[in-house]
Design a protein around this ligand. Structure first.
Ligand code: MG
Length: 263
């Protein structure tokens, strides 16, 4: 091969390698980063809107059900000392998030979800019993369908509950479904029909081989909640697919062209 052709061939290989380089998605944990400082409360509709405006790949949020079976977006199982599980939705009518919003119902939250391309990283929280968890999964799927969001490109599911993950696997084939509790190896998760993991970064510090073991089974790998520079760089180096963080702007800066964004 002539020297000029060899140079062109080498350049082509570099270009192909660059275009195939794995990209890392960024998910804003509970909506927008530093949300209280910026006047945006976690798990608020405003926080989701801001994550969408910033074109982050994903925005994570948490869902519980009240005793009268209303699905609401909130992280903790208690609000001002009252258990969401054992109180009616009306019992929280005077509650306000730190930015003044009322407690969002899932339907209200998904109305904002429809407005942007950011993937909804939908955490279904553990409930009182299997019946409540099953009901929550079924009603979540119904709500996503009502809002035109029942689409594997628009939503992924995450949960600490094995029962919830197994029900999602049965009902929602083709959707990314990540288990959050790091008590199982990727192989054990896979054996239960669950196609992804979303583990605290300490799990991957202890078991860096789990990333490759998951990828060997075509499972997706998400990691939470990574905020410090060294931890962010280490997780990128391990080859995770997604980083869930309170500092998405920082992760974006570190990733540069390696960020997987939506446009
Ligand atoms: Mg969560």
């Amino acid at each position: 091969m002539k020297k000029s052709l060899r140079i062109i061939a080498a350049a082509a290989i570099v270009a192909i390698a660059a275009s195939c380089a794995p990209k890392v998605a960024v998910t804003a944990h509970r909506g927008f980063w530093n949300c209280e400082e910026a006047g945006y409360a976690e798990n608020s509709i405003k926080a989701l809107e801001l994550a969408q405006k910033n074109h982050f790949w994903g925005s994570e949020f948490d869902v519980h059900i009240t005793s009268d079976l209303v699905l609401v977006v909130h992280h903790d199982a208690h609000i001002q000392g009252k258990s969401i599980h054992t109180h009616n939705y009306a019992d929280f009518k005077d509650y306000r998030l730190k930015n003044g919003e009322k407690l969002p119902t899932l339907d209200e939250y998904l109305t904002q979800g429809e407005k942007g391309g950011t993937v909804l990283v939908f955490e279904l929280k553990k409930q009182l019993d299997k019946a409540h968890e099953d009901y929550m999964v079924d009603q979540s799927v119904a709500a996503l369908k009502r809002h035109g969001l029942y689409d594997p490109k628009k939503v992924i599911f995450i949960s600490f509950s094995r029962n919830i993950c197994e029900r999602i696997a049965a009902l929602c084939p083709g959707f990314t479904n990540q288990y959050l509790e790091k008590d199982l190896t990727p192989e054990e998760v896979f054996a239960k029909g669950i196609n992804g993991i979303d583990y605290h970064y300490s799990a991957f510090n202890e078991h860096p081989e789990w990333v490759g073991q998951a990828h060997d089974r075509k499972m997706s790998v998400n990691v939470w909640t990574v905020d410090k520079d060294d931890d962010i760089k280490k997780m990128i180096g391990l080859g995770v697919d997604c980083i869930t963080t309170n500092q998405p702007l920082k992760v974006r800066k570190i990733l540069g062209s390696k960020e997987n964004k939506w446009k």
